[in-house]
Ligand binder design. Structure first.
Ligand SMILES: C[S@@+](CC[C@H](N)C(=O)[O-])C[C@H]1O[C@@H](n2cnc3c(N)ncnc32)[C@H](O)[C@@H]1O
Length: 269
């Protein structure tokens, strides 16, 4: 991405885009991204596997009758965006992308220009009402029909456990039965030898260099986000274990826990 004016500070969205091999990042993002990748060489593979879960979850939801999606913490448009994946199954699927990062929103709007059934808005997951009452959300989402709420690799940027659980519950509250919640979340449960010093450095890096510090959660903590929902089989599992498909990346086939990401889908009753 060309740099103009003042150097841009790193953001979680652009560091992630850099790790996915995207083009929507600046020098500060690449520098922070390289530091993270030096500490955790698996990070680009984690990003790939997370993105593959997103694809499978959207395919599952679309095949289950979901025709509208609210993708919160959507990031910068990159390979396999939700509207593209969903429309391969439901051609008239509607998608609202929501992100805190203005660059993620403006890049999304650029890509979606002229698409009357998809848009991007800037809002904060920690304030779910600001999402649910957003004029674009009210305009595009039919609250009488099932909605697919996607919280993919975003909840670990909401460190306060109670605030995160409360935000998810408030975000899902207005949606009718048949709606679904899909979550992926960074977890240290599978670390054989927890590299606490490295982890502390990585956490500190996000805290100092972005506006969104991150927080790992255990499987029971991730399962808590699905309280009151019917957890779809196989439950909350490592990323590559959630309904694997033949075209998935194979980075963690031998040891799925190394994917460091837990994933699950719940059905709103
Ligand atoms: C790792 S990216 C995930 C992108 C995409 N969901 C995916 O999995 O490919 C995390 C995104 O969450 C966004 N984010 C972090 N905290 C947020 C918040 N409180 N509200 C909305 N978005 C947030 C970041 O800006 C970033 O774009």
């Amino acid at each position: 991405m060309a740099q103009s004016g003042e150097p841009k500070p790193a953001t979680a969205a652009r560091i992630y885009d850099y790790h996915l091999g995207g083009i929507h990042n600046f020098p500060a993002d690449r520098e922070a991204g390289d530091t993270v990748a030096k500490l955790f060489p698996l990070v680009p593979a984690l990003a790939r596997n997370n993105r593959a879960f997103l694809r499978r979850a959207v395919q599952y939801l679309a095949a289950s009758g979901v025709r509208q999606f609210l993708d919160v913490g959507s990031g910068i448009p990159t390979v396999g965006n939700v509207h593209e994946v969903a429309r391969a199954i439901v051609p008239d699927a509607r998608v609202i992308y929501v992100d805190l990062d203005p660059v993620a929103v403006s890049e999304s709007l650029e890509i979606l220009d002229g698409d009357s059934r998809a848009t991007a808005v800037r809002a904060d997951l920690r304030d779910p009402d600001s999402i649910l009452t957003h004029p674009q959300v009210r305009r595009m989402i039919n609250f009488r029909e099932p909605v697919g709420v996607l919280l993919i690799a975003v909840l670990h940027f909401v460190p306060d456990d109670e605030a995160a659980v409360d935000a998810v519950s408030r975000l899902c509250a207005p949606f009718v039965p048949g709606s679904h919640l899909a979550i992926s979340h960074a977890s240290g449960d599978g670390m054989v030898e927890p590299k606490t010093d490295d982890l502390a450095v990585a956490k500190d890096l996000y805290s100092r260099n972005t506006t969104t510090p991150f927080h790992l959660r255990s499987r029971p903590q991730v399962e808590r986000f699905f309280a009151g929902l019917e957890l779809v089989e196989p439950g909350v599992v490592w990323l590559p274990e959630w309904r694997p498909a033949p075209d998935d990346p194979t980075d963690f086939t031998a040891q799925p826990s190394l994917s460091a990401g837990l994933a699950g889908v719940g059905r709103i009753r």
